[in-house]
Design a protein around this ligand. Structure first.
Ligand code: TYM
Length: 330
């Protein structure tokens, strides 16, 4: 029996956040010894919002550099750009034809993004989940590690795969979402009722992985809390403090109980400073490696080309099988 397969990805949409790191990348790193991992950079998905072409290229490199700087070893995991493996776009189209409008209209991300970009509700934004289903199913992935917000898309992927298998016989492995119990939904520091996001327009709401220690300290000091003054986990009534506790807990491996005890009798000032220091320390090696990698685009190019070659071998087998089953001449 070979290793189980993992596929996941991050959109090439700019500098990554602490949410991406905790909700996704930290798990990508943990899983790479035990599983056969494919981690892609979703640059085709990024087209659903208008992008500057030069920035889009640069963003793909930034995500790749972030993967490696966070600890993903390109000798163990397969790292590649979605656009390099043409089977993604092809299977995405096929699966569009096996996905219902009703299913796509129920997707929370579609509803949120169309509200945010009311002037550009394009068809790609709508069919985004079938392209994502293609990403996953091409590699016959067993598990898909993501944050909470992508769970619905993975569940839809399962439905599409089952539908296809029922029609044409066993073709796709049915993937399982892998969502961490803590840290799957890191919230904004200013608006702790909304997910921390690259696209937040509220100042000091989002911690970027490339933020300097001073910026991280400043953002933490300004983070919204409550008037109780006690470090206590209560997501409903104390969303700001609970979010900071989750961030701290994930990095230090401490439970919410342990954190409550640790800060008993301390005010929010002490707690926030400690959380900031912990994030800064965690990201220190990331910063160093990231800066080195971004100075060496040639190395990054070698990595994604090597990864794409391996990914293409697997993806082309799946697509060939799909085409044969549905009667498409290649
Ligand atoms: P994206 O680029 O929005 O986010 C990348 C990963 O980071 C997680 N994440 C978070 N986790 C916790 N708290 C947050 N605040 C937070 N913000 C983001 C996301 O859940 C995700 O795991 N559609 C995907 C990219 C994609 C993909 C795929 C993922 C394309 N094809 C195939 C898995 C499998 C997306 O937009 O992620």
């Amino acid at each position: 029996m070979g290793k189980k397969v993992i596929l996941s990805g991050i959109q090439a949409t700019g500098d990554l956040t602490l949410g991406n790191y905790i909700g996704a990348m930290k798990n990508f790193v943990k899983m790479q010894d035990e599983y056969d991992c494919y981690y892609m950079i979703a640059n085709l998905h990024a087209l659903t919002v208008r992008r500057n072409p030069e920035e889009l290229k640069q963003n793909a490199l930034k995500v790749l550099a972030s993967y490696i700087a966070a600890g993903i070893d390109p000798d163990k995991s397969t790292l590649f750009l979605q656009s390099q493996v043409h089977e993604h776009a092809e299977l995405g189209w096929v699966l569009d034809c096996y996905t219902y409008m009703g299913e796509l209209s129920r997707m929370t991300q579609f509803k949120d993004k169309s509200a945010k970009h009311a002037d550009n509700i394009n068809a790609g934004l709508f069919t985004y989940p079938s392209l994502m289903a293609g990403d996953i199913l091409l590699y016959q992935a067993d598990l898909v590690p993501t944050g909470e917000d992508q769970k619905q898309h993975v569940e839809l992927t399962r439905d599409i795969a089952e539908r296809f298998n029922n029609l044409y016989g066993d073709t796709f492995k049915i993937p399982e979402p892998y969502i961490p119990q803590i840290g799957a939904r890191i919230m904004g520091l200013q608006d702790p009722k909304s997910k921390m996001s690259k696209s937040s327009t509220i100042p000091n709401d989002t911690i970027l992985l490339i933020d300097t220690p001073e910026e991280i300290m400043k953002k933490l000091k300004k983070a919204v809390t409550d008037s109780e003054g006690i470090v206590r986990y209560d997501e409903e009534n104390k969303p700001g403090i609970s979010n900071l506790m989750e961030i701290y807990g994930i990095i230090t491996n401490k439970t919410m109980d342990e954190i409550e005890k640790e800060f008993e009798g301390n005010g929010y000032g002490t707690f926030k400073t400690k959380v900031a220091e912990t994030i800064i320390k965690e990201l220190e090696p990331f910063h160093k490696k990231y800066d080195e990698l971004m100075k060496n685009p040639q190395y990054l190019e070698e990595i994604y080309n090597k990864g794409a070659k391996k990914a293409s071998e697997v993806a082309s087998k799946t697509l060939k099988n799909v085409y044969e089953k549905i009667g498409i001449i290649k």
